[in-house]
Design a binder for this molecule. Structure first.
Ligand code: PMP
Length: 446
């Protein structure tokens, strides 16, 4: 027998769930059956308004017919094509679209299947670039405390979330971390970018003084720290990081897995903040979450040094010995092209920009609700931080998620912080619905 009997449909044991308290979930499962527009329907029939765009990814909303049909057509036409030594037209078409979408000369796309793969790819590109320009001693990578860059070994090494790192050995060597920009008392209840903390970027000078610039390849940061609970960068912070990295020949990588594709009301955080990184990692909104796909956008000088042998290094045209079987998978390319078309035709980035002030106003109106100790927002991202119950961090947040679910609202929690990032199709009425339900949740929470 090649196959075992199918498990009973209600047997939850075999699926080892990611980033989930497995035993707790399996005792109280919440199973999602369908999705449409702004809504999820659970297997028990309950309908939830999706205030998280799935997992920060379904920016065009759910089950959009243009995207669904593009995937269906593509599956019938060309199910798979290798992109090692071969190609297919959609891959080139999509890369060109992305080159037009991202600002400045971020005009080459390397395709991956996830944010984590995009991060590891960008780190490898940075190292290969330094070698290609004859700076092979530059092998050190700089991340930031509390940063989230996915779960690959590269990503957890430059990342700064202790539980994601502590179980997995010594990680990449030669990594250092900038201090985080979070939890400055003076920044509490800031609207948009906080006023204080730009000088934290100057710690990069301290790190450079310690190791010497000739050992440092790249700095990677999330322009808006997302997973840790929506922390926009202090005013001037990203500009200072850019100035320091440029001065010292260090590449700057923006991890835009959450912020790219409209979340801030622009193509990317790079465009929104007017700061030009050398590499940008993306995923999620690229296909609106429908088919797994990521893309690393690289500036011209980075691509040319590695691929066209235009660096000053001794090895000419080293190429990049890197790629995934599913890089530029035809179904993902079809989904991405249809997604980008949807964003454009419906003006969803502009719509996000227009709605952002209303989102901010309604979110900050939750100030004063029980246990709320901070509220943060930027674009169509928002967070409400609750105080932890004494000795029980995360418990109040978890209860908030369950109570919100009972009220027909899907939110995301990280510790005791509620994070939200609705699909960009959200209406004012739906923002009202989200905030009303969240307000009731907070009122009733112990
Ligand atoms: N980088 C950032 C900034 C992210 O927010 C995430 C996911 N939330 C990742 C990387 C990892 O993406 P994935 O889960 O697709 O690997």
């Amino acid at each position: 027998m090649l196959t075992k009997e199918l498990a009973a449909p209600n047997d939850l044991e075999a699926f080892w769930m990611p980033f989930t308290a497995n035993r707790h979930f399996k005792a109280h499962p919440r199973l999602i059956a369908r999705a449409e527009g702004m809504y999820y329907t659970l297997t028990d029939g309950r309908r939830l308004i999706d205030a998280t765009a799935g997992l920060w990814c379904c920016n065009a909303g759910h089950a959009r017919s243009r995207i669904v049909e593009a995937i269906q057509r593509q599956a019938a036409e060309l199910d798979f094509a290798p992109t090692f030594q071969w190609g297919h037209p959609l891959a080139f078409q999509l890369a060109s679209r992305l080159a037009n979408l991202f600002p400045g000369d971020l005009d080459h796309a390397f395709f991956t299947n996830s944010g984590s793969e995009s991060v590891d790819t960008a780190l490898k590109i940075a190292l290969a670039y330094q070698r290609a320009i004859g700076q092979g001693t530059r092998t050190r990578l700089i991340g930031r405390e509390r940063g989230y860059h996915g779960v690959g070994f590269g990503g957890i090494s430059v990342g700064g979330i202790v539980k994601n790192r502590m179980y997995f050995g010594s990680l990449l060597t030669g990594v250092d971390h900038l201090p985080h920009t979070l939890d400055l008392e003076k920044n509490r209840f800031s609207r948009g970018q906080p006023e204080h903390g730009a000088e934290l970027a100057d710690n990069l000078e301290r790190i450079i003084a310690l190791h010497d610039a000739s050992t440092i390849a790249a700095v990677i940061v999330e322009p808006v720290a997302g997973s840790i609970g929506v922390y926009p960068p202090p005013k001037g912070y990203l500009e200072r990081l850019r100035a320091i990295t440029e001065k010292h020949g260090i590449l700057l990588i923006f991890d835009e897995v959450i912020t790219a594709y409209g979340r801030l009301g622009a193509s990317s955080a790079a465009e929104y903040f007017g700061v030009q990184p050398d590499l940008v990692t993306t995923a999620k909104g690229l296909t609106s979450g429908t088919v797994p796909m990521g893309a690393v956008m690289a500036r011209k000088h980075v691509y040319d040094a590695i691929v066209n042998g235009e660096g000053a290094g001794p090895e000419k045209a080293i190429e990049l010995f890197h790629g995934y079987t599913y890089s530029a998978h035809p179904l993902a390319c079809a989904a991405a092209l249809a997604t980008l078309e949807t964003y454009k035709e419906e003006g969803l980035f502009e719509r996000a920009a227009e709605l952002a002030p209303y989102w901010e106003e309604r979110l900050h109106a939750l100030r004063g609700k029980p246990n709320v100790i901070d509220i943060r927002n930027i674009g169509l991202m928002g967070a409400v931080e609750l105080s932890a119950r004494p000795g029980k961090p995360g418990e109040r947040g978890y209860d908030a998620m369950l109570k919100a679910c009972d009220k027909g609202l899907m939110i995301r929690i990280t510790g005791d912080t509620i994070a939200m990032s609705p699909p960009l199709i959200v209406t004012r009425e739906e923002i009202d619905q989200i905030m009303d339900r969240l307000g009731e949740t907070l009122d009733e929470l112990e």
